[in-house]
Ligand binder design. Sequence first.
Ligand code: PEP
Ligand code: MN
Length: 445
Amino acid sequence: MPELFPSLLSLRDMPQVQQPHYADASAEKRVVDKLRSLPPLVFAGECDDLRDKLAQVANGKAFLLQGGDCAETFDGVQANPIKAKLRVLLAMSVVLTYAGQVPVVKLGRLAGQYAKPRSKDTETREGVTLPAYRGDAVNGFDFTAQARHQDPERLLQMYNASAATLNLVRAFVKGGFADLRQLHAWNASFVRDSHVEKRYEEMAGEIERALGFMEACGVDAETMRTVDFYASHEALLLDYENAMTRIDSRSQEPYDTSGHMVWIGERTRQPDGAHVELLRSVRNPLGVKLGPTATAEDALEIADRLDPERIPGRITFITRMGAGKVRDLLPALVEGVEASGRKVAWVCDPMHGNTFETAKGYKTREYAAVVDELNGFFDVHEQLGTWPGGVHVELTGDDVTECLGGAFQLSEEDLASRYETTCDPRLNRNQSLELAFMIAERLND
Ligand code: PEP
Ligand code: MN
């Protein structure tokens, strides 16, 4: 009988990039075997539900909100920061649903976002060169030889951190935290001091009146009490993702049970590479990042490898062109893919094409550039008559100072006060909410 999904051995024989190199192969094998014996983190039926929802996105019937940290950390697995992140995502989704008048598919960039592709293998500071930080799943962030050592045991910590995060998220979204009738109460402290407070409070008031009306009419408001929330991350580490792939007992099909949706990054999307091979066989909905060098032919080649059957909701293309390029490059990409008859969800990542380093060495992004790329994305889809399906953002629920601008006009001097990311700069709570209102306006045009 043919294998239902490729073995780790066969993946290791394929061209592959961005993988750790462990000194101790027997320790690596022990960890992979252990991971294989652990319970799945998500279930096949949930992945199917998300795929159906993403089919709605591809068909212009829903909008995807995908967001979270660039890199989650093991230290960050604590109730408060996870709650704050969830809160900002739920608040953004309420803004999009109500002001944008469109169903929103809610997808966290969390519970598994622990591995990072890097542009360089090493990092040099003051004459000392060490292995680059590749995410907590691979090595530590501190700039010491000990921390930067690549340790396979960290894959088990990744599993545990993902499980703890997902457990909390599941409890929050089903346990009353996401109840729309509590909108005022749970947002009182959250949006206080926020520049968008007034707009948000007005909207919350309107929603509460609408809910009151519905209840008075006898409409069952159960769907207002809980939300469906899904988890996603970049499927970067072949060891981990392969070990988490299981055969679903109902369908006998393989699923990557490390997250509901997984995506292939800009640096690992080679059509004949191990990452495409890894994800080809699993039934999860898949994301593919497409940067400025991607042509329509590239996109179609990857899509045909990943999804020859053209399963609705299977492919989400996450474009990240940069604010200065999106209007030039996106049209041909979208037109070429649409001309093939293939239906994909088109999602804009307005972050990764707009990163730069300040004179003081902070990696940052301008809020205005994020808005500019998003406007370009909406303009292009409007001109082509295609559906701008969603947004993919790096954000946090905390008041960090990592991206410049926004309503509070964060300056380069401000960056030093709360720069906490271990990888790319994230929108803070205010910038995220402000962005949600901006997107809602475009959806309402
Ligand atoms: C990321 O999403 O953090 C990332 C590395 O993106 P990309 O693959 O698009 O560069
Ligand atoms: Mn990033």
